[in-house]
Design a protein around this ligand. Structure first.
Ligand SMILES: [Zn+2]
Length: 427
């Protein structure tokens, strides 16, 4: 089963390092998308982008300001107007390659956005030492999505080179805005995976070390990301404070009470208010407050409980201050159960890689992933889906300034991917 993937080693490292230098935030990845489209076309793929792969009605947490800055940066980087027009203001793309032989359709997904973290310039941090650190202040590929993209392109290249040995069709999804779990809903709603018989997604590192492969992770927390705005009425704080309606007070009361939502007895829960901005000036009764928050739960039901409790608190606190409130959904992920058929495929794919330990025991992923939305969509249409974790040693945690990955994991990951694809799309 194992085909040699050594031919793609240099490409894996080179592309990962190149993309690492130019991180782009969710929904602004125009330069990145242009690069991915170019490579996919070079390998002979039909490439879909723009509203063909993103349904604008289901875009979550997409700021027009960030989008415009991304388009501007792409122009500066020499991305053509023709390509920008093709993207229609939406990042991400899908490469499709048909072997020409009847067989299943397999959709594989790789995420492409970065994290708002300032990368370490310390000499002991390998990207800084070897000259491929982020060139963009305050932005960094600090979650490994650079590695995901280079793996995705190597998978694409390998598949194009080996399609004579395989059957069916491969769809390679490069999904924008995974951070904050915002991008998958729009991609799923475009219908791009509705014809998929199989779906696979993966993350590098997380809870797995180099040389480990987790084929059945659990604990993909369901989550809902919310922007909550409180609107009161401004008034002179000395002359007639009684005429004001204090939005900051409403937000602060809500903040404290949100942290106290009674935990659910049936599973894990989380709640966080990560940002709170309010007020206009020292002597004005604050009439605006904006709270960026999230809830999580082990199952959809528990997440719903957290969400409902949060809404109740927000309503109550707004009412107490005579304020209005608006709740806007900014991101969403669901839980996932891997289909046993694909767990078995991944197990075989991993066992065929020398020196790799296949972990079938349930390992806690511990975060949220919006690949689950695409997986759920495929499962709802009768297809099979699975998500796995390719281990990689890392000097520091995900989303931190010194995050980096052991690049040897790229070769291992590619072997697992190509073995799995060979098993699913064998002639
Ligand atoms: Zn990530």
């Amino acid at each position: 089963m194992t085909t040699c993937t050594c031919a793609y080693h240099d490409q894996l490292i080179e592309i990962r390092r190149k993309l690492h230098t130019f991180p782009e935030e969710g929904w602004s990845e125009f330069t990145t998308t242009a690069f991915l489209i170019g490579k996919l076309r070079e390998y002979g793929y039909e490439v879909l982008t723009g509203t063909k792969v993103i349904n604008p009605e289901n875009c979550l947490g997409r700021s027009q300001k960030v989008v415009e800055a991304g388009i501007e940066a792409a122009r500066k980087n020499g991305v053509s107007e023709e390509l920008l027009n093709e993207m229609e203001g939406y990042t991400g793309c899908v490469g499709v390659l048909d072997t020409g032989r009847p067989g299943p359709t397999l959709a594989v997904r790789f995420d492409i956005d970065c994290v708002p973290v300032e990368e370490s310039k310390d000499e002991s941090h390998i990207p800084a030492k070897e000259g491929f650190a982020s060139t963009r202040p305050g932005l960094m590929h600090a979650c490994g999505h650079d590695a995901h993209m280079s793996t995705g392109l190597a998978v694409a290249h390998w598949f194009a080179d080996n399609k004579g040995e395989l059957c069916g069709k491969l769809k390679i999804l490069f999904q924008p805005a995974e951070e904050g779990v915002r991008g998958a809903a729009g991609m799923a709603a475009s219908g791009i995976v509705d014809d998929a018989d199989y779906f696979l997604g993966a993350h590098i590192a997380m809870m797995c070390k180099s040389g480990e492969l987790s084929v059945n992770p659990y604990g993909f927390l369901c989550t809902t990301k919310l922007d909550v705005s409180f609107t009161g009425r401004p008034a002179h704080a000395g002359v007639e404070p009684n005429a004001g309606r204090n939005a900051m007070a409403a937000a602060c009361n809500a903040f404290v009470q949100l942290l106290g939502i009674a935990r659910h007895g049936s599973g894990m829960t989380r709640v966080n208010v990560g940002q709170l901005t309010a007020g206009e000036g020292r002597n004005v009764i604050p009439s605006h407050a904006l709270m960026k928050m999230e809830v999580r739960g082990e199952t959809g039901e528990i997440n719903q409980y957290m969400y409902d409790s949060a809404v109740q608190i927000i309503q109550g606190c707004a009412l107490a201050q005579g304020c209005e409130y608006k709740i806007e959904k900014m991101g969403e992920a669901v839980d996932l159960t891997n289909d046993p058929e694909l767990v078995d495929v991944l197990k075989q794919a991993g066992q065929a890689v020398e020196g790799l330990t296949v972990r079938e025991d349930p390992m806690n992923f511990g975060g949220s992933e919006d690949a689950t939305i695409l997986a759920r969509r495929v499962q709802a249409h009768g297809g099979k889906a699975a998500f796995f974790v390719i281990g990689a040693d890392r000097p520091s945690g995900h989303h931190t300034a010194r995050f980096d990955i052991d690049e040897k994991a790229l070769d291992t990951g590619l072997k697992v991917w190509t073995n799995a694809i060979s098993l699913i799309l064998k002639k």
